[in-house]
Ligand binder design. Sequence first.
Ligand code: BTN
Length: 328
Amino acid sequence: MIAPELVILRELLAHESAFVSGNLLAGKLGMSRVGVWMHMGRLRAQGFVFEAVRSRGYRLIRRPAGLNPLLVQAHLKLRTRQLDILCLPEVDSTNDEAERQLAAGRAAPFVVLARRQTLGRGRLGRVWHSEDNGNLYASFAFRPQLEPGRMQTFTLWMGVNLCELVANFCQIQPGIKWPNDLYFKNRKFGGMLTEARIDSDQIRDLVFGLGLNVNSPAAALPPELDRHATTLAGSTGHPQDLNRLTAAIIGRVLSAYERFVEDGHRSTFADLWNRFDILRGRPVTLLQGARRITGIAGGVDDEGSLLIRGEHGRPQRFHAGEVTLGKS
Ligand code: BTN
């Protein structure tokens, strides 16, 4: 059953700033107007503010700015509206929580969102700073039943989908830095962390983690990241609607996942990669442990390996490593 608060919110959001009559809401909910009033009270307790006018009904005049599960659900488009979303005030890591839920048998797909992570982590064991400050920490859990070899381009595919979504949503030109960083104008605003558990020749569980700097104030960035990181609010010059953005991201990640599993993504992937790749044609340095490779980046191959052309040679392919711009 859909929560009455969600029905009310969808109706009010659909009418934007216009009034919605108490009778209409009561009819939709199959309850009295007193019942509607009671559920509006629950929404008020979450930070929603309504104007109520006797002969006209209700209209929404303020919503909570922070992550709100009802608002995320209310903004989801039709196909994904009933998705299982777990929204926590605090967790160690949304990836870890998704993994625990999968291990406990929760039906996939589902999404874990948190306002704050105490042990948020990134690639190569790095810390992902995860305060409760208007940013997004999300993990998507799947049981894909694919061969592990198919996963090589998964994070890259998700990354270009997210770039396109952010480009449309925020009206900026973001980019992807192989293999998992989301950039705007040479500064990172997001990172992806895909983790899988494999049973002999099949992927059992897959968790796709996404951290996006959305609305955190510039001063909240740790000093060591200050020159290298940005937020979507900073990039666009105004705060973003975190709940609407989260809903849009959920819809896009789920549809991108379906296309990936059906294997219908390859030509679109190549086009999107060429559009959003920030390394192509630029001098780069790749570190693989003690090994250091310099050259000009030349996109990725079908398996998602990075191509680097040295001074005299043919492009070499690399499936792992840490890449930086320039010949450092
Ligand atoms: C990176 O840039 O190295 C990847 C960062 C991934 C961070 C996200 S935040 C949500 C999810 N939970 C985590 O602990 N990590 C990912």
